[in-house]
Design a protein around this ligand. Structure first.
Ligand code: NAI
Length: 721
């Protein structure tokens, strides 16, 4: 047993401490070796159980256990269903033997325990979590398109009842801090230090020699009732409706499978429930959606967040004093995330009043967090204390980092750079948050072009995770490295993009919304357009989205895009939706939500009411019938084609960046794994995708022209990787 990664340490007090520590990895995961060692350990537990009175299960790493082997899950296809199911059953059997050993078993969760790692803890009789820094607990499988298949759904349903288990643990895959996990009920105790964790574990073992799981106790009933209880039966029909409402018809199999596992499993005995769970889980693992989601939302995202594209050879730097110029919507929010990251912020606007109004934005968010108990008043004061609101430009003196967010006006921006530059630290990085102006024209006002870069934030800045780092022609590698460091400091996901009109994400989104509006121009029913958008998996209807952004803005962007494309000699100047937007703004004066009217009507408080009746009168042609499948695919394919063009033209540097940029920047449907992964996994591969795009082009116009590089890859039987 010497080479077992689960160390066996029997104390004089007859408490056995099992410490999981996989020497081949930084964190413990469910590898084949782990499965083998676990089974060997369980064999030994059973054969030597007379030598100990209880077991403490813990980990030798900083984290407890990271979970399933996502590499294995990602690569599984339909042919692997049986071996996947067998693998799940191996864990289920081992966990079941642990919880029926006849000795109390306590999980001493010394750090993050997610997915499979938390399922091990669920098989213990008692769970004590250490409140370690950054520690997260939970069953996040659904966020990768799978479900907890090592007993996780079955045990949480039996521990908490269907409602609590689905809503708070398995349904949305929340990762919780220990205190939250305690509140939800998936851990029993939270402790502040390791010694206390072990002392409490020993005390619990001493006090509970005959511990059994709740579901193995006599007279056990599922909390809140089994589905046959009248109270629950009355509520159950609402469950699928709630999930479907959340999904808005998007093809996301995991949340529905979680629900089915929970509801079906609650009506049968434990073993049958386990079998049901295995079947649903194996199907998900072998499907395409989980592959897409694991690839992009786990592997690509982690490597991007770790700075995979950061130029090497430059020491990491933290921005210390950040000057945010312009305290409007963007500046105020950039100041907030920057102050949160520990930097001093000078928030400068033309009047003190405007600057203070900008700072009030942070105050509002921080007050709200205090009210909800998420932060202490002291933390609020500390963050607010880092923001200096000012109208005096000399306050930026010595800043090592500048983010400019004044009006979108080239001459104004140039004036602002010239004004601040002499005051800055010698090697200060100067960034602009322009959404469309070329860096190449602004840079003439900057003395050190190598230190000039774009940081394109997305609104609302505190919620949107993406940051496009715009690399100008003269931008140096060191500046780029520092921009990546800043993204990490403020916890954004950075992608480097080329200095082209509208950069990356907005180019892609423009194609998707333009198709939606084009369909309106063709006479499609406006409600069908919205339905097609959400059924494709986008988070909100395309017309609702345009109202949010405001059509005055989108028209400006589109006209700019047409001018830029014409100047570049591109053929992609046609935007079939533009005339509709022009009529909405100019003829009907309905630019969007802020005005209280757009494609939708809005209430006084800004909440969306219903689609404007005038749409049917002015645009809808009842005789026109666009097949619903075409409607959905026009939205997806138009956006995906633009993403492919951006990859071809080097607007983005990697396929991973293209996928994450589309998921995080525009809300491209998560089930696809991103706009390029959508093409990769299209039925028939790239060839199938190109054929479908050709078909759409014949029916709906040149926006569906396939880039040459895509055809070449298709011919060579390749994909984007
Ligand atoms: P805004 O109009 O809300 O704020 C601009 C602020 O700059 C105003 O408070 C104004 O008083 C101030 N200002 C004007 N001249 C100044 C000067 N000389 N010194 C300091 N402050 C000055 O505009 P918003 O929406 O915050 O946009 C700012 C920039 O961010 C623009 O370049 C915009 O294109 C870009 N952007 C906007 C996004 C959005 O969703 N609104 C998204 C990404 C970028």
């Amino acid at each position: 047993m010497a080479d077992n990664m689960i160390a066996w340490d029997l104390g004089a007090d007859r408490v056995l401490v099992l410490t999981i520590d996989d020497p081949s990895q930084a964190t413990n995961t469910m590898t084949e070796e782990f499965a083998r060692d676990l089974t060997a350990t369980v064999d030994r537990l059973e054969s030597e159980k007379d030598t100990f009175d209880g077991v403490i299960l813990t980990s030798g790493k900083d984290t407890f256990f990271a979970g399933g082997d996502l590499n294995l899950l990602m690569n599984a296809g339909p042919a692997d269903a049986e071996s996947i199911a067998a693998g799940l059953d191996t864990y289920k059997a081992a966990f079941r033997r642990i919880e029926t050993l006849g000795k109390p078993v306590v999980a001493a969760i010394n750090g993050t325990a997610l997915g499979g790692g938390f399922e091990i803890a669920l098989a213990c009789h008692h769970r004590i979590a250490l409140d370690a820094k950054g520690s997260l607990l939970g069953l996040p499988e659904v966020t990768f398109g799978v479900l907890p298949g090592a007993g996780g759904v079955t045990r949480t349903v039996r521990l908490l009842g269907i409602t609590n288990a689905v809503l708070n643990v398995v349904g949305q895959g929340r990762r919780m801090k220990p205190a939250k996990a305690r509140q939800v009920g998936i851990v029993d105790e939270v402790v502040a230090d390791r010694d206390e964790m072990f002392a409490r574990a020993r005390a619990w073992i001493a006090a509970n020699p005959g511990a059994v799981q709740p579901w193995d106790a006599k007279g056990y009933k599922i909390p809140g009732g089994s589905p046959s209880s009248p109270a629950l039966t009355a509520n159950l029909p609402a469950f699928p409706a709630t999930v479907r409402k959340q999904l808005k018809g998007a093809p996301m199999p995991a949340p529905i499978a979680v629900l089915s596992t929970a509801v079906e499993g609650a009506q049968v005995d434990l073993d049958t429930a386990f079998a049901i769970e295995t079947r649903y889980c194996a199907n998900l693992i072998c499907g395409q959606v989980s592959t897409n989601m694991i690839k992009s939302l786990f592997f690509d995202l982690n490597s991007i967040n770790k700075g995979a594209s950061r130029p090497a050879g430059f020491a990491r730097r933290k921005a210390e004093k950040v000057a945010v110029l312009g305290a409007g919507m963007m500046g105020a929010a950039i100041a907030y995330v920057t102050a949160q990251s520990g930097a001093q912020v000078v928030l400068r606007d033309v009047s003190l009043e405007a600057a203070e109004r900008g700072k009030d934005y942070s105050r509002g968010l921080l007050d709200e967090a205090v009210a909800k108990g998420r932060i202490t008043p002291a933390r609020r004061d500390e963050v607010l204390g880092r923001i200096l609101a000012t109208d005096n430009v000399t306050d930026v003196k010595g800043a090592d980092f500048v983010v400019e967010a004044v009006f979108e006006d080239l001459e104004l921006k140039k004036k602002v750079f010239a004004e601040v530059e002499p005051l800055l630290a010698e090697d200060a990085l100067i960034a602009t948050n322009t959404s469309a102006l070329p860096l190449s024209e602004m840079v003439t006002a900057v003395g050190r072009p190598r230190d000039f870069i774009g940081l394109h934030f997305f609104s609302p800045v505190d919620k949107m995770p993406l940051l496009e780092i715009v690399v100008g022609e003269n931008t140096g590698d060191e500046a780029l490295a520092r921009a990546f460091d800043f993204a990490q400091q403020i916890r954004k996901t950075p992608i480097a993009v080329k200095d082209v009109y509208a950069f990356y994400a907005n180019r892609v989104i423009a194609q998707f919304v333009d198709q939606a509006v084009a369909m309106l121009a063709e006479g499609a029913h406006p409600a069908s357009i919205e339905q097609a958008t959400t059924q494709a998996g986008f988070p909100v209807g395309a017309l609702a989205l345009l109202d949010e952004v405001n059509m005055k803005t989108t028209l400006k962007i589109q006209r700019g895009a047409i001018a830029a494309a014409t100047a570049e000699g591109s053929t992609y100047v046609e935007t079939p939706g533009t005339p509709v937007q022009e009529r909405m703004v100019e003829e009907f004066d309905r630019p969007g939500r802020l005005a209280g009217r757009g494609f939708y009507d809005y209430a006084q408080d800004g909440s969306r009411l219903s689609l404007w009746d005038g749409l049917r009168e002015h645009f809808h042609k009842p005789e026109v019938e666009i097949p619903f499948e075409d409607m959905k695919e026009r939205l997806l394919i138009a956006a995906a084609l633009e993403a492919a063009r951006c990859v071809e033209a080097g607007v983005v540097r990697t396929v991973a960046d293209a996928n994450i940029g589309s998921l995080f920047g525009i809300g491209f449907p998560a089930w696809t794994g991103g706009a390029i992964q959508y093409i990769n996994q299209y039925d028939g591969g790239l060839g199938g995708f190109a054929a479908r795009a050709d078909d759409l082009r014949a029916k709906y116009g040149d926006r569906f022209e396939v880039p040459e590089s895509l055809r070449e890859m298709a011919a060579a039987g390749k994909d984007f990787g």
